[in-house]
Design a protein around this ligand. Structure first.
Ligand code: FNR
Length: 352
């Protein structure tokens, strides 16, 4: 059985191969996680996942997608995350957090209020990006970062990594996917810069590389670091699988332990082809050709499907998003279906 085999990553061990994919809850206040986050993330740790990755958490206020995103740019955030990471840990799971900057996709309303663009002064702010190109037609263009602005972003990622450590997290994921700031630098479709951060492949990956190096410098040697990539933009002339493989090789050399392989999110004209496990082949190619562990994500919903991904060596970890929203106890169901025996919380022992 592969799904319930432990996974050693540096100094920590995941009890199985099931991770909660980071998912924005749009329920924070001034970046501060609330009791919702404790119960939501905590339930999934109780449910048996080995790794619970807290949502895209902004490294600076401008880097939030919506005003209700979580943050790690001040000490109040550290205090609020502490009991959450502690509870996850007490359930035998590893608490991880995704560090993010939304770039040009920042400053929108929460999805259940329509997700419309919020203008500066009307609850929103001016987003920043590699180039002054708007995400959607009719939207005002974001502000292109200058070199001092880019350096400040790198420092903010490192400071947020230090705060994540102070907040009790044991695993970090740098969000370089889904059309947010780092991905915008990677892709020629959104990066039209003519300085050292644009143009050639080496220039476009420079910011992600700098962020990873700065984060790794403050993140302890014994703790793992993941990077989430969009393996392809699903658009002509964009970022693609070959570049993802090349970048993953570089990231392996920078001390990244696993590439979490997603796709898309950069441009509105993307041509997604969505089907069960549709991103798994990308994870498999990166794992085989870049010499780095991978995580597979995207429409993984069935225990046998997850087991097969691992058994075939397509990935080292599966991350589940929406299925774990529907069923926080999915790991228990998977154990039952696959014939594995996993511990239950003592408090619930009479039910099993
Ligand atoms: C997401 N997703 C996501 N991805 C990410 O990297 N950071 C995030 O904060 C979020 N937020 C988020 C919120 C919600 C409500 C959903 C449904 C999704 C994407 C998610 O992590 C996952 O990659 C996709 O949902 C695909 O996996 P599933 O849902 O098919 O298992």
């Amino acid at each position: 059985m592969s799904l319930f085999e432990p996974l050693r990553l540096r100094g920590i061990t995941l009890r199985n191969r099931i991770a909660v994919s980071p998912m924005c809850e749009y329920s924070a206040v001034d970046g501060v996680p609330q009791s919702w986050h404790l119960v939501h993330l905590g339930s999934r740790a109780v449910g048996g996942a080995a790794l619970v990755i807290a949502e895209a958490t902004a490294i600076e206020a401008r880097g939030r997608i919506s005003p209700a995103d979580t943050g790690l740019w001040n000490d109040a955030h550290v205090e609020a995350w502490l009991p959450i990471s502690r509870f996850i840990h007490e359930q035998g799971a590893v608490a991880g957090i995704q560090l993010a900057h939304a770039g040009r996709k920042a400053s929108v309303d929460v999805p259940w209020r329509g997700g419309a663009r919020l203008e500066a002064g009307a609850g929103g702010w001016m987003p920043v990006a590699p180039s002054a190109l708007a995400y959607a037609q009719g939207e005002p263009a974001p502000m292109a970062l200058d070199e001092a602005g880019i350096e400040a972003i790198v420092r903010a990622f490192a400071d947020a990594a230090q705060r994540a450590l102070d907040a009790g997290f044991e695993l970090l994921e740098v969000h370089a996917a889904h059309g947010y700031l780092l991905h915008e630098f990677l892709s020629p479709l959104t990066n039209r810069r003519e300085d050292a951060f644009g143009g050639t492949f080496d220039n476009r990956i420079r910011l992600t590389r700098a962020v990873v190096a700065a984060v790794r410098a403050v993140w302890p040697e014994r703790l793992p670091l993941f990077v989430r990539l969009s393996a392809t933009d699903w658009a002509d002339g964009g970022w693609d699988l070959e570049q993802s493989i090349a970048l993953s090789r570089v990231l392996a050399g920078e001390g990244v332990d696993l590439v979490d392989v997603s796709s898309g999110g950069l441009v509105t004209h993307q041509q997604l082809r969505v089907a069960p496990g549709y991103q798994v082949p990308f994870a498999a190619r990166i794992r085989a050709e870049a010499g780095i562990a991978t995580g597979a994500v995207g429409l993984i919903t069935e225990p046998a499907q997850a087991e097969a991904i691992l058994a075939r060596g397509e990935a080292d970890l599966v991350l589940l998003g929406r299925e774990l929203l529907r069923d926080p106890y999915w790991p228990r169901r998977a154990a039952r279906e696959l014939g594995a025996d996993i511990a239950v919380p003592e408090q619930y022992a009479r039910a099993w």
